[in-house]
Design a protein around this ligand. Structure first.
Ligand SMILES: Cc1ncc(COP(=O)(O)O)c(C=O)c1O
Ligand SMILES: N[C@@H](CCCC[NH3+])C(=O)O
Length: 421
């Protein structure tokens, strides 16, 4: 459930009519709901009640400072995958003991940054990375808690570009080599083994891959303990999918996912860390755009919007489906017709949907892309020198711009033309 509902014939973001925001900030823009973000964190918290746990919000899904700060205020930690994300976490006031550093290619500089600023644990993904971290930590005279990301060779049954738990993927070390690798890590100066990390992919709509992966992690925990390692934490990653297409069968709920956690690893006495991103932020956001033109093509009708693939890349990148709804509630019984929904960017791939059934729309009408709160603004670019879209946060009846649209002048001045040219 989200907090973007029709009321009095118009779409609201919590208690604010969406056209009011459009009038204040211009289109296109992203809008996020505090109530939805909060609700999603609570669902995981409630689902894991009774088990020692920390929700480490995967901020790659939506790393706006205001969103990260809200996560911290809700008691969550964060999962970061770059120096930039680490800096965001610190700037938002998240204490080091709630920051998990993941990622397949952490640089020595990023490692140093985390060790200086404080980190709960660093998830290691390869032997060269272990050696690098050991060197960095030892040179700084500190010991850092680490988990090793294991690749369980489980098919997450999701889009191939966002599956991470098969042996052909670049992530983690093969689970079959865990014993040997843990022995190596334990012998390295500056590293303290505290747990096991796993993350098998994103937008999972089936719980079985989780069951399979977490059962393997449970067996590995017992094995590594028998080999003398103090496994006290399990980082189970993120990946739980959201209902992009309302007509499809609903994906599992966070509570059902948490039940799988409980069943598979709940009796090991470990502190559980989970790293949801999309489930927390996805349905907490809309991308709102305006119709520039309705163009009649040969046998097709194009709805040309002022938002484009540079603002929301998921449809062109993964063929992803986003629900598109008019901001003015369609009258009951109105006829729907197929539209190709496109942006103004000079690529045919700048297509959000083909043959999408929509009610009659005309120039200047507002439309909203649902489920755009995760992997939306964070993946945006300024391709075609289209300014990054502003982001707005709504809480009850108030809203604020949490990232402003840069002016053309700011964009032009950001580049530096050498004096010698
Ligand atoms: C290590 C790690 N943790 C957590 C996530 C968050 O995934 P999601 O947004 O699907 O929950 C990702 C992205 O897939 C990831 O790579
Ligand atoms: N960017 C992807 C998700 C990637 C998950 C990152 N580990 C998407 O939009 O669906």
């Amino acid at each position: 459930m989200d907090h973007f509902l029709y009321r009095d014939g118009v779409l609201f973001a919590e208690d604010v009519p969406v056209p009011e925001i459009a009038a204040a900030v211009g289109t296109p823009f992203y809008v996020y709901s505090v109530a939805t973000l909060t609700r999603h964190v609570r669902l995981f918290d409630e689902g894991l009640a009774g088990l020692p746990h920390l929700i480490c919000y995967s901020m790659k899904a939506n790393s706006n400072q205001a969103v990260v700060k809200l996560m911290g205020d809700l008691g969550a930690g964060v999962d970061v995958v770059s120096g930039g994300e680490y800096a965001r976490a610190k700037a938002a006031g998240i204490p080091g003991e709630r920051i998990v550093f993941s990622g397949v290619g952490k640089t020595r500089e990023e490692m140093r940054m985390a060790l200086e600023g404080g980190v709960r644990q660093i998830n290691l993904e390869s032997e060269p990375e272990m050696r690098a971290l050991s060197e960095v930590a030892a040179a700084m005279g500190v010991t850092v808690p680490v988990a090793v990301r294991v690749n369980p060779d489980v098919d997450a049954r999701t889009h191939e570009k966002i599956a991470t738990g098969k042996s052909e993927n670049k992530f983690g070390i093969p689970i079959s080599r865990a014993s040997e690798v843990y022995a190596e890590v334990a012998a390295m100066p500056g590293l303290e083994v505290v747990g096991i990390d796993v993350h098998i992919g994103s937008q999972l709509t089936d719980l079985q891959p989780y069951r399979d992966a977490y059962s393997l992690v449970a067996s590995l925990t017992k094995q590594l303990r028998a080999e003398g390692h103090a496994i006290t934490r399990l980082d189970l990653g993120g990946g739980l999918g959201i209902p992009y297409e309302r007509s499809n069968a609903a994906p599992p709920l966070p509570t059902e996912y948490c039940d799988v956690v409980r069943e598979t690893v709940g009796d090991l006495g470990c502190e559980i860390e989970i790293e949801p991103g999309r489930l927390i932020a996805g349905n907490a956001g809309l991308l709102v755009a305006r119709v520039i033109y309705v163009k009649e093509g040969e046998g097709r009708r194009f709805l040309i919007l002022d938002s484009a693939m540079n603002d929301l890349v998921r449809p062109s990148m993964y063929g992803a489906y986003h629900d598109i709804v008019p901001v003015a509630e369609p009258a009951a019984g109105v006829d729907y017709a197929p539209y190709d929904v496109v942006g103004p960017v000079c690529e045919s791939g700048d297509t959000f949907a083909k043959g999408r059934m929509l009610p009659p729309l005309s120039e200047d009408d507002l439309v909203a892309f649902r489920s755009a709160g995760a992997y939306g603004a964070v993946m945006a670019s300024e391709y075609n020198t289209r300014p990054l879209v502003p982001e707005v946060l709504v809480g009850g009846d108030q809203f604020d711009v949490i990232r402003a649209r840069p002016s053309f002048d700011e964009i032009v001045r950001r580049d530096k033309v050498p004096a010698w040219l």
